[in-house]
Design a protein around this ligand. Structure first.
Ligand SMILES: [Cu+2]
Length: 122
């Protein structure tokens, strides 16, 4: 009986370790979750205000075609694909006004597709 118990414990431990990296990056628990919609040729909202130091999660969707979300000061540049959520996570450690813009050509209004991220100093 005891051997069976020990065997089950070993199986449980091994299966819990299976496939996991030895050191997992801690998940970012956001202070703010912002839903951002991209469509030809604007973002909703087009002005996002957060506080310096906050961990930000932007859940981005596209209402029409593939758009981009570029925020160079935070080294972010990703695609926003229709019918799926794109998760963009960063810590707002730099204060100021930063322009984000579409980085995937999406039509004639592409170059005016932009918004502002304001990071307020603590
Ligand atoms: Cu575009």
């Amino acid at each position: 009986m005891r051997k069976v118990f020990l065997l089950l414990m070993v199986i449980a431990i091994l299966s819990s370790l299976n496939g996991r990296p030895a050191v997992a990056a801690p998940p970012l628990i956001p202070d703010r979750i912002i839903h951002l919609k991209a469509q030809k040729f604007f973002y909703t909202p087009d002005h996002i205000t957060v506080k310096q130091g906050q961990r930000i999660r932007i859940v981005a969707t596209s209402a029409d075609v593939v758009h981009g979300f570029a925020l160079p000061e935070y080294k972010i540049n990703t695609n926003i694909v229709p019918d799926q959520e794109t998760i963009i996570e960063f810590t707002a450690d730099k204060a100021g006004d930063f322009t984000f813009f579409c980085s995937v050509y999406c039509g004639p209004g592409h170059y005016s597709m932009k918004g502002t991220l304001t990071v307020e100093e603590e």
